[in-house]
Every structure is written in structure tokens, then in C-alpha cells.
Design a protein around this ligand. Structure first.
Ligand SMILES: Nc1ncnc2c1ncn2[C@@H]1O[C@H](COP(=O)(O)OP(=O)(O)OP(=O)(O)O)[C@@H](O)[C@H]1O
Ligand SMILES: [Mg+2]
Length: 319
């Protein structure tokens, strides 16, 4: 594991609001899919984001890449606040922040060969002379473990794992500083999944980049990530070094999530912790929480530093 402390990107109270689906009179017109998330992505680290479906993981990633416009908060990168920039102002930063999606096939144009798919970002960002493109494409294919003979194939001629390698190559060809991988291995067979995870470990080291790795799969997160952030209904409720979070989870929700694993800590909450809807006021998790007290209904607690880089947002946290 890399010991990294220098921050690459800082999210400062980042929020993303969407129109609310609730139609009753008096219902709020918007809800925050990401709600004041504060988080550092450090240079060279793999930071995992876990949380159940709908907790805001993808929305967080898309806001960070400015595919969604944040409704509040800041995204501090180099000398800029990406949240405040216009599309034009974002241009110089875009190539530094790249994404790999869940479904490799749908992220490729079926009419372009692998070589064309890899050449497009190079041309778009005018990164090298036309005469150098073919060489860069071949180098990139090799760096993601594919023989350059793949250059003339079409997406439908590749397996899921091969396509995900090309997708990673398409991101890496721009020499980004951050790779955002959203459920990038969840559609792959188990054996292929391990290969792609190992490829991510390799490219993190060889390309000196940070990876924001979003996953449902806690085992995968534990294998790959240096630190883990846990999201619950738009809130970051726990953040810490991976092994600390797994061996000594501090937020009741994290304990409940880990309770679904075989080697769960003894005090892990029962799975029915997932049954109730989020609390509209107070701590979002209060309505599901086995450790709830009256004061939990007052306000959602801030993420607090518990020492050793471990943070949790819970007034009942053990120190
Ligand atoms: N473009 C959108 N417009 C309106 N609501 C959205 C939009 N995208 C996401 N949402 C809502 O925001 C919330 C968070 O969704 P998001 O996709 O970020 O969750 P997720 O953690 O990535 O879930 P999953 O694990 O299923 O991928 C959900 O309630 C979702 O329905
Ligand atoms: Mg998602």
C-alpha cells in the first residue's frame, strides 16, 4: 500500500441536488443526492467509495468530473475550483480527470476500431503529432496487457475483460492524474475481475495516478483500496484507512454493511438495519440505527476525526 498524504483533489462540502420525485403538496422540490461531502483524494492513493444503491456514489463521481453541476461546495484541484468553472474554463483540467464506466460495451462507439477509439482522445486534446498516434496507441495497448494486434478489432469482437482494458487504456492515453472507476469490474466474471483489479494496481504505480474506486463489493474494496469512504443517502458517514474501517468500523451503518460479510465483527448490526427509509431530519441513519438515542433526531452529525485518519459522523461513536 502506498503511503500518500499530499492531496490531489479536495471536495469541500460538495452537494448535488436533483428534482424531487415526491409529488405530495409541501414536499421539497429538490433532494440532495450528494449532501455536503468533504473529502481529500490523495496523490497516488486508491480511495474506495462504498454504500448501497442510491447512496450517491455515481453522482459524487460525476460531479467531481463536472459531468453534473454541483449545487453547492467546491472541488479544489491545482489552482482552481472546478465547481465554479464554465465548460470552457474546465477544458485545461479535463484530461487530468478520466473515468471508466461499469458497462464496457456501451461506452464504445460500435463503428470505431480499438485504434480509433484510443486515437480520438489524443486528437481531441491535441496531445501529439499525427505521425505519433499509431505508436502511442500500440504502447497503450501493451500497457493494459493487450497485444497491439487488437488495434483493428471492433468492440463487439472483444470480451468484457478485454474491453475494460481498452477503456482503461483510453483513459490512460491522456496521462491523467485521477482515474474514476465506477463499478468498473462488477459486470465481469470473477476470474477476469481479479485481472482487471490487478491491472488497476499496476497502472496506479506505473502511471503515478490516484484512483477513485466506486463499488458495491466490499471484498473488492478491501483488496484494492488504501482508504475507504462509506456513503449513506448522500452523506459520507465514515472515512478511514481500509484495514481500520474493516477491522474497527465506527459508524453503525458501516457495521451493518460489514455484517453482510462472512468475517464480520462480533457487534455488527442485524441485516434489518437496511429496512427503514432515511430520516428526514436529524441523522440520516437514525430511523435504521440500533444505537439511536433521542438526540440523534436533532441534526445530522458532522464527520469527526477520531485519530489515525479515521473519521465517522455519529454522536455515539466509541473513541
Ligand atoms: N440524473 C438524475 N436525475 C435525478 N435523480 C438522479 C439522477 N441521477 C441519480 N439520481 C438519484 O440520486 C440518488 C443517488 O443516485 P446514484 O446513482 O448516485 O447512486 P449510486 O450510489 O451510484 O447507486 P448504485 O449503487 O445503484 O449505482 C438516487 O436517489 C437516484 O435516483
Ligand atoms: Mg452508481
Amino acid at each position: 500500500m502506498t503511503v500518500a498524504s499530499e492531496s490531489l483533489v479536495t471536495l469541500d462540502a460538495l452537494s448535488v441536488a436533483f428534482p424531487s420525485r415526491a409529488r405530495e403538496a409541501g414536499a421539497p422540490r429538490q433532494f440532495r443526492a450528494v449532501d455536503e461531502v468533504t473529502l481529500d483524494i490523495r496523490a497516488g492513493e486508491v480511495l474506495g467509495i462504498v454504500g448501497e444503491s442510491g447512496s450517491g456514489k455515481t453522482t459524487l463521481a460525476k460531479a467531481l468530473l463536472r459531468l453534473y453541476r454541483p449545487s453547492a461546495g467546491r472541488i479544489l484541484y491545482r489552482d482552481a475550483d472546478l465547481a465554479a468553472l464554465s465548460d470552457r474554463g474546465l477544458q485545461p483540467y479535463r484530461r487530468d480527470l478520466q473515468m471508466v464506466f461499469q458497462d464496457p460495451l456501451s461506452s464504445f462507439n460500435p463503428r470505431y476500431t480499438v485504434a480509433e477509439a484510443l486515437a480520438i482522445p489524443l486528437r481531441l486534446h491535441k496531445l501529439c503529432a499525427a505521425s505519433e498516434i499509431a505508436g502511442r496507441v500500440d504502447d497503450t495497448l501493451r500497457s493494459v496487457g493487450l497485444n497491439p494486434s487488437f488495434r483493428d478489432r471492433f468492440p463487439h469482437e472483444l470480451s468484457g475483460g478485454q474491453l475494460q482494458r481498452v477503456a482503461i487504456g483510453r483513459a490512460l492515453i491522456l496521462s491523467p492524474r485521477l482515474l474514476v472507476a465506477d463499478e468498473a469490474v462488477s459486470k465481469l466474471d470473477v476470474s477476469v475481475r481479479a485481472q482487471i483489479l490487478n491491472l488497476m494496481k499496476d497502472v496506479r504505480a506505473s502511471h503515478a495516478l490516484s484512483i477513485l474506486f466506486i463499488t458495491h463489493d466490499l471484498h473488492v474494496a478491501r483488496y484494492l483500496c488504501d482508504r475507504i469512504g462509506v456513503m449513506y443517502f448522500g452523506k459520507l458517514v465514515e472515512l478511514g484507512p481500509t484495514e481500520d474501517v474493516f477491522t474497527r468500523p465506527r459508524h453503525p451503518y458501516t457495521k451493518a454493511l460489514l455484517g453482510t460479510l462472512d468475517d464480520a465483527p462480533a457487534d455488527a448490526a442485524a441485516p434489518d438495519a437496511f429496512a427503514a427509509p432515511p430520516s428526514p431530519t436529524g441523522c440520516r441513519y437514525a430511523s435504521r440505527c440500533p444505537q439511536r438515542i433521542d438526540r440523534c433526531g436533532e441534526a445530522h452529525p458532522p464527520l469527526e476525526d477520531l485519530g489515525g485518519g479515521h473519521h465517522a459522523a455519529c454522536i455515539r461513536v466509541e473513541r
